[in-house]
Design a protein around this ligand. Structure first.
Ligand code: P6P
Length: 335
């Protein structure tokens, strides 16, 4: 069969690097290592229904959530590979309480924050899950990196993206020159460019929010969400509700088709009083992606996610993210 001459993700990365004569190739190398880790995780996720890897590992992570075996596999796969890639000085993971050092002698100039397998509660029911990553330049001078290298504003990220394990495995990322999507051809083991220069529609088609929490939302948030459900011919409302409960899956659908995703703070528990989602390795990378694609990402106080200065590794933030016109309307209404 004559296969179309697809652009592989590494070809795209190298071509993008050429746009920056000052580039040393370290970021390209870092992304390539992440791609290998993603392919490894994809193979395991796709076998999960067959291999004895479903179910719990018996451990609990810093979030107080039970760690699933696939979570552990994904976390270890990324940590082992990236610790010796030579491009990082320090990492942080949703699954690890503290910072993660890199192999002595392999210290590099970037940092990596990642959620190894977000949406893990969906693993056993075969719903799409994903890996989310965020890359910054180190701020410390040399050797092993430190917490301060990780606690940087999302606005200063040099790269951000996710790998979505679904009906097909896709990698979507940005290095500041637009958002590009690649689909894995498992028979070849290559990611091919399938979604060049993704631009998210200015107006939503979907409303993504967990209505089960509505009684706990601040009153103004609840009334804004009700507004999205009222008839409005010009804005093509009410929007269809789509909520998978897997952030990467909900985000990806909205990125491609247009949508607004909300995970507001709730007054039910102190833990969620700042929202459920984490800043460093969920909200900030997705915020860079959505802004690069023409969308917006704010808190339920109307503050740009990318402008928040992190104070801790696992800091939570309320998140409203998606189509520009709807998110800006939210900012006006809530801000
Ligand atoms: P809820 C999955 O556990 C996750 O962290 C995100 O992937 C998802 O968007 C969110 O939690 C779902 O939370 O409270 O609606 O089940």
């Amino acid at each position: 069969m004559n296969r179309p001459l697809g652009i592989t993700v590494i070809r795209h990365i190298v071509d993008s690097q050429r746009l920056h004569p000052e580039a040393t190739g370290d970021l390209s190398g870092l992304l390539n290592e992440l791609i290998v880790a993603g392919k490894t995780i994809s193979a395991e996720v796709n076998m999960a229904g067959l291999a004895d890897i479903l179910g719990m590992s018996g451990k609990t992570n810093i979030q107080g959530e039970k760690v699933q075996k696939l979570d552990e596999f994904a976390n270890n796969t990324i940590k082992k590979r990236m610790a010796r890639c030579g491009y990082l000085c320090v990492m942080t993971s949703e699954e690890d309480d503290d910072i993660i050092s890199v192999k002595e002698g392999y210290e590099g100039k970037y940092t990596l924050a990642f959620d190894p397998l977000d949406g893990s509660t969906n693993i056993d029911v075969n719903v799409n899950i994903g890996t989310i990553f965020s890359v910054h330049r180190r701020r410390s001078s040399g050797g092993q990196g430190c917490r301060e290298d990780l606690l940087q504003k999302g606005r200063d990220q040099v790269a951000a993206g996710y790998i979505l394990y679904g009906s097909s495995t896709m990698m979507v990322f940005t290095t500041g020159d637009g958002v590009h999507g690649f689909t894995l051809d498992p028979s070849v083991g290559e990611f091919y460019l399938s979604h060049p220069n993704i631009r998210t529609p200015e107006r939503s088609k979907y409303l993504s929010v967990n209505e089960g929490n509505s009684r706990y939302w601040p009153e103004n948030v609840r009334s804004f969400i009700d507004l999205l459900k009222e008839e409005d011919e010009e804005k093509k409302r009410p929007y269809s509700c789509r909520y998978i409960g897997s952030l990467v899956a909900d985000f990806h659908r909205n990125l491609i088709s247009g949508g607004i995703f909300l995970y507001p703070r709730d007054n039910k528990t102190a833990k969620k009083n700042y929202g459920k989602l984490r800043l460093l390795y969920e909200a900030a990378p997705l915020a860079m992606l959505i802004e690069q694609a023409g969308g917006r990402a704010i808190t339920d106080d109307g503050i740009d996610i990318l402008d928040i200065m992190p104070e801790s590794l696992h800091q939570r933030v309320p998140l409203i993210i998606g189509s520009k016109l709807d998110v800006e309307e939210a900012r006006g209404y809530l801000g």
